[in-house]
Each structure stands twice: as structure tokens, then as C-alpha cells.
Design a protein around this ligand. Structure first.
Ligand code: DGJ
Length: 698
């Protein structure tokens, strides 16, 4: 049984880890252990009973599982409410617990005076060493209660001897996502967040806390949030070295009017512990996403072609057909027409909202092009940006009030567009109907769902509750629309794009199988972006195109190798590729088809970090360890530095006792030998290599 219960103590065990908490002598729900799984139930520590000290109450020193705003404690609470009579103090007391099933535990609490109930939910993902947590508040009083903060979880780290945790997190911006930074977590509260109504590329909803861990070894506590809107991670080192992390909806500009007999449930937060370094933490998340989150986790993604960088808005049947013919000859399996295909869409200043084929570019609809693509042996995919509207569109002229706005303020346009309020049922119905029609009438098997504008002037005049609920209700509306369309069209593969990797999270991946990783397709930048992305998401979700970006300096094979580390796509202007370039492309696509099951479903090992080294390497190993593929890249190292020799690359994840051959090396050696002594890969500047590794015995 992964969950051990007693009337006052609970232990959640995964394959290798454990998480425990219990009621202390004052009745506070107190965190006790998060780390290695211990041999006996009696091994787990009892809840602590701190004492009052100077200006702080005992609860200030108690690692409460879900502290609220009350009492003489000053740590960052997980919940804050105001009752109808103005009382801003919530005192939750333990009521009972329930095992919902063998993996799911509920701890039920109630305010000591008001009929406000709080349930803390815990789910154990045994195989992945992950714990999932979320919270529900229920108002059983006759009056509304204002909820000003409701996080999904507060994670408590083991007490440390000093400020000895390091926090790793990711930041970036458009065309430069997923930069990693690892910094000492010092006293105070370190906040990363999104206030943009999307997940954002400014920060990523993922954290890792370690105590001197490396890629391959050391303790790492890590976590993320399954949510695609505003979020917040607040890591606090309080006095006396207590380290805790709040994660959940952002409470900035947030309030929820919880009506009588209504409840409010947070999105799930996931977290895990490993003693085996950052690489192991990522692999646990990768497996979890592939096995349990994405809709089509078991299918191999097709090699796609996307027209955006080749044709931008200038699409029509002839230009797309010409590209499709070349793509098909090179081995592409899915042809995706990007922006520019719909009503009056010639530039980015018109058309969004009017989701039917442009009458001039496609006088007979999309059918002709789709048939042609299908006849070439490829599937057909399409780009949409359903949450958006251009003021120059039939939709906006008919429904100017559907956009998020304040009536007394400017409707600030970005990329000439405004955001439809997805919290509104009429907006949801419109989008469902428009996209459903497209999918019913056309043989479309892939949709790239884009989102290119972040929110401003977040007004909602006729909101049923507090207008600030928009931050949550918008995302719930998005999930409703996307979920409805997905259920109606189960075979469609959806891709989440927000000007690149702006909406890459565990919430959206319940609908989308893939993410468009970045609008930056220059291969050397992409190495860095891909390394960051791989911290929390697996390679099969990472769409990577080979384009013409910096083609003068980056060889085509290098560009292919970079994209072959994810779900391979091509986005260059094939009409301008000469015969030899098309041959290189065809050969790389052929090779990718041979190894894609290892890349997409295997274990990923980051051997040398591109964010830290101009000579980097990444490896993928099949789950049965019989096959592997290693990619090495040398960007630019001045000659006088590399004149001696590049360092060896040490493969990982092989069976130490088995014999392997590595392409280019003449004799088989044990997995242990390859991993201990490494392989020499001699590359010149801007060269790359793909090495296949095969088990030959036993
Ligand atoms: C932004 C996306 O990230 C690009 O790939 C492309 O689809 C454009 N939008 C189209 O407008």
C-alpha cells in the first residue's frame, strides 16, 4: 500500500521516496518528512511541537502542511480569506481523513467558527516518485467569502543547517526561452510568476531545490504546476532555516467570491524527490508526462513540414502544393499550413476570429490542397489562434464586447489584436462551433493552436462573480473549449504554441501532445532552449524545425541534428533548397525515422550542457537499454583552446554488464567501459555528430 494511515499520521510512499505529516500536540497538521523512503513505518519522524518564542507563536515554527492567515506566525501562508463579517483570519482544524482509493488521500479541515471547509488532496504516483497535491475550499455558510489566495500546495523541505539550498529556475523572453539559473536560496521570499494570463516564457512554472547536486548525483526536490494561466512559485527561507515553497494560482490581482454552497478547487501541483541529480528528476517528469498526461503518449510523432518561415502570410493552393511536393519527396509525413489561410488574412492586421478559408486564396475551400497533400502520402495540419480577434474582422464588428477590456480605458492592441474573453460562455460556444466545423468538413489531423498576445486592461463588465476571477475562469474556459474539441475529434494531434514556448505546462498537455518550443529556430540558440525545456518536459512533446535561420553559418546537418533531438520538423523554404540540400534533408529524415522511438520514448541524459559549454552532448537510451543515440555539437571554441583535444563524452544509462558497439569505434566494449572511459568525438567548429549505440551481447 503506498499510503499508510493512522488517526493522526499519514505516510505517502512511492517506489523510492516518502512524504509524511501528522497532527502535533496542538492539533496543527505538521509536515514531517520528504525524502528517501524508509524501511519501517515506525522510522518516520513524529510531528514537532515547537514552543512560543519572543514575538512569534509556536505555529510560526511549525512546518504546517497548509498554513492560513491566522495567529502569531509570519511565514508566507498558503491560503488567505476574508469572511463576510470582515474577519480576515482563518483557523482550520482537523476534522477527519478519507482514503479515496489506494493512491489518493483526503485530509478534511474546517474553520473553528465559520462553516468554511478545506480539503487537502494527495495522490501518490508510485512509479514516478511523484506526489500530486491540490486543495478545495467549500463555503457552507449563507454568505459569500472572499478568497484572496489559495495555493495548490506548500512543499516543506528538510530543515537545513543553514541557507544551503540552491534554487534552479528558468527565465526568458520571446525567441529566447528556458534559460536556467541556479542560485543560492537566501533568507526571504524568492518569487517567480506569470501575470500574463498564459504560462509565459518570462518564467517557467518549475523549480528544483538541491543541496550541491549535479546532473548525475545529489539530492533534488523539484516540482511544477498543472496550470496554463497566472501562477506563482514563492520559495521562502524563514528564520531558523525553515525552507518552504508555495505553488499555485498567482494571488496578484486575484480574488474569488466564493458563494454559499460553492466550492473552489485548485489545479494540481506535482513534486518529487531524487537522490540522483537533476537528470534523474527530469526523467521522472518525462515518464510521468508521456505515460499519464498527454493524450497520445504512445504514438510516434510524424516528421512534419510547417510553412510559416517559408511563406509567412502568403499562402495559397499553388504555393503550398509546391512546398508539399518537395516535402513529400524528402520523407515528410505531415504537412502543416500555418498562418494566412483564413478570411482576409494577408498580414497580421486582419482576420483573426473569422475562421473560414480566405475566398481569394482558397476560392474552393481547403479541400483541394488537403487532397493533394493526402495524395502525396502526407497528413494535413492547420494553424489557428482561436483566443484572438483583430478589430478588422467580421467577428469583432459583430461582438466588440467579447474582448477583455475596461470600457473607460484604451483597448491596447498588440500585434494588432485583442483577446476574446474565454471566460464567457458565448465566446466559448463560438470558438467550439467554428473549429468543429473546420474539423468536420476537412481531413485535418493536426492543429497548431497559437496564442500571441498577453493580457492588458483585464476588465470583465458582466462577470457573474468578482471580475478578478477572470484569471482563473479564462483558463477554465480555454480548457473547456479545447477539451470539447479534443473529445469530438480524438484523432487530431494538437500543438500548444504561444509565440513559441509561452504555454508549455502540465495543464495544457492534457489537451496538446506537443509544444512549439520557440520562434527562435537558429540551431545554436535552440540547443540552449532545448536543454532548458528538457528539465521538465520530454523530447516527444518538443517540436523542433530545421529552418534557414543563419544557414550561412550553421551547416544543414548540424541544424538537422539539433532538431532530431526532439520531434523533428522542417520549416525552411524548400523551394530555395538546392538538390544537395534536399538530399541531406532526405537522408537525415530517413535516419531520424530509425532512431525516433529512442528519442521520443527513451531516457534522456544531458551529457554536457550547451548553456555552459560550446561543446555539448545529449543522449537518449531505449527503455530496455538495447539501443541508444548520442548527439554531440561543437559551436565555437577558439582554435588555441581546442588545439589539444576536446574532452571525452561519457555516455550514460547503458547496461554496465552488456556489450555495446558505438558507430565509428571498431570494437565492442562493456557498457561500464564506455561510461567510465568515455568516447572521443572530434568535431570542428559548427560540426555535429550523431552516434548510434547498439547492444550486441548478451
Ligand atoms: C507565432 C508562432 O510562434 C509562429 O510559429 C507562427 O505560427 C506565427 N505565430 C504565425 O502568426
Amino acid at each position: 500500500m503506498p499510503i499508510h494511515t493512522s488517526p493522526t499520521y499519514w505516510i505517502l510512499e512511492t517506489r523510492n521516496t516518502a512524504y509524511s505529516f501528522g497532527l502535533n500536540d496542538s492539533g496543527l497538521l505538521t509536515h514531517c518528512h520528504w525524502g528517501a523512503r524508509l524501511p519501517f513505518v515506525a522510522d518516520y519522524p513524529a510531528p514537532i511541537n515547537p514552543v512560543y518564542w519572543a514575538a512569534d507563536g509556536a505555529s510560526h515554527f511549525t512546518p504546517e502542511e497548509f498554513p492560513s492567515n491566522n495567529g502569531a506566525k509570519y511565514i508566507d501562508p498558503a491560503l488567505k480569506v476574508t469572511f463576510a463579517d470582515g474577519v480576515r483570519d482563518a483557523v482550520f482544524e482537523f476534522v477527519d481523513f478519507a482514503l479515496v482509493d489506494s493512491f489518493t488521500l483526503e485530509i478534511r479541515l474546517k474553520d473553528s467558527y465559520y462553516p468554511l471547509h478545506l480539503t487537502l488532496h494527495y495522490r501518490v504516483h508510485e512509479e514516478y516518485d511523484l506526489i500530486e497535491r491540490w486543495a478545495t475550499l467549500e463555503n457552507r455558510s449563507a454568505e459569500p467569502i472572499q478568497v484572496e489566495r489559495l495555493f495548490s500546495a506548500k512543499w516543506t523541505l528538510p530543515p537545513s543547517g543553514g541557507d544551503d539550498y540552491f534554487l534552479t529556475h528558468m527565465f526568458g523572453h520571446h525567441v529566447d526561452e528556458f534559460h536556467m539559473v541556479r542560485e543560492p536560496l537566501t533568507k526571504g521570499v524568492k518569487v517567480i510568476e506569470s501575470k500574463r494570463i498564459i504560462t509565459s516564457f518570462q518564467h517557467t512554472p518549475w523549480f528544483a531545490l538541491d543541496r550541491n547536486a549535479s546532473e548525475d548525483a545529489g539530492e533534488v526536490w523539484f516540482g511544477t504546476l498543472a496550470w496554463s494561466g497566472n501562477w506563482k512559485i514563492a520559495a521562502e527561507v524563514a528564520d531558523y532555516h525553515s525552507t518552504r515553497v508555495n505553488i499555485g494560482w498567482n494571488d496578484w490581482d486575484f480574488t474569488w467570491r466564493l458563494q454559499p454552497n460553492q466550492s473552489l478547487q485548485t489545479p494540481p501541483a506535482l513534486a518529487g524527490y531524487t537522490p540522483s541529480g537533476f537528470g534523474a528528476a527530469s526523467r521522472l517528469l518525462h515518464d510521468y508526462v508521456r505515460d499519464t498526461v498527454i493524450p497520445h503518449g504512445k504514438i510516434l510523432h510524424k516528421v512534419l513540414y510547417n510553412s510559416w518561415e517559408a511563406t509567412t502570410f502568403n499562402v495559397d493552393e499553388a504555393s503550398q502544393s509546391a512546398l508539399a511536393e518537395i516535402a513529400a519527396k524528402m520523407g515528410v509525413e505531415l504537412f502543416v499550413m500555418d498562418d494566412g489561410w483564413f478570411h482576409k488574412r494577408n498580414l497580421d492586421n486582419a482576420g483573426l476570429g473569422d475562421w473560414w478559408p480566405d475566398e481569394i486564396k482558397f476560392p474552393n475551400g481547403l479541400g483541394g490542397l488537403i487532397q493533394k497533400v493526402n495524395a502525396l502520402g502526407m497528413d494535413f495540419g492547420l494553424w489557428v489562434e482561436p483566443e484572438m480577434v483583430n478589430p478588422d474582422s467580421d467577428l469583432y464588428r459583430a461582438h466588440p464586447d467579447w474582448v477583455i477590456h475596461f470600457p473607460t480605458r484604451a483597448r491596447t492592441e498588440m500585434r494588432n489584436q485583442l483577446i476574446l474573453n474565454m471566460a464567457r460562455a458565448d465566446v466559448q460556444d463560438y470558438i467550439i462551433e467554428a473549429l468543429d466545423k473546420l474539423l468536420r468538413e476537412n481531413n485535418i489531423t493536426f492543429i497548431k493552436w497559437d496564442m500571441n498576445r498577453h493580457v492588458t486592461e483585464p476588465g470583465w463588465q458582466d462577470a457573474p462573480g468578482d471580475p478578478r476571477e477572470i484569471w482563473v475562469r479564462y483558463v477554465e474556459g480555454l480548457y473547456h473549449v479545447w477539451g470539447t474539441l479534443r473529445e469530438r475529434h480524438l484523432r487530431v494531434i494538437w500543438q500548444s504554441c504561444a509565440s513559441g514556448g509561452g504555454r508549455a505546462d502540465f495543464g495544457i498537455l492534457r489537451f496538446a501532445d506537443q509544444v512549439w518550443t520557440s520562434d527562435n529556430t537558429e540551431a545554436t540558440s535552440r540547443l540552449n532552449i532545448q536543454e532548458g525545456y528538457s528539465q521538465y518536459l520530454p523530447a516527444n512533446t518538443m517540436e523542433a524545425w530545421v529552418t534557414d535561420a543563419d544557414a550561412e553559418n550553421v551547416p544543414l546537418e548540424f541544424r538537422f541534428h539539433v532538431s532530431m533531438c526532439g520531434s523533428l520538423g522542417v520549416g525552411g523554404n524548400l523551394l530555395e533548397w538546392d538538390q544537395s540540400e534536399r538530399q541531406v534533408g532526405a537522408e537525415c529524415i530517413r535516419q531520424y525515422k530509425e532512431i525516433r522511438h529512442i528519442v521520443q520514448f527513451g531516457d534522456q541524459y544531458r551529457l554536457r550542457s550547451p548553456q555552459k559549454n560550446p561543446f555539448s552532448a545529449v543522449q537518449y537510451v531505449s527503455k530496455d537499454r538495447s539501443e541508444s543515440v548520442l548527439f554531440a555539437f561543437r559551436v565555437h571554441i577558439p582554435d588555441f583552446v581546442s588545439v589539444v583535444k576536446l574532452p571525452p563524452i561519457y555516455p550514460r544509462g547503458l547496461d554496465p554488464e552488456a556489450l555495446y558497439v558505438i558507430e565509428g569505434f571498431d570494437r565492442p566494449r562493456s557498457g561500464k567501459a564506455w561510461m567510465e572511459t568515455g568516447v572521443d568525438v572530434n568535431l570542428k567548429n559548427m560540426q555535429s555528430k550523431m552516434l548510434r549505440i547498439r547492444k550486441v551481447a548478451p
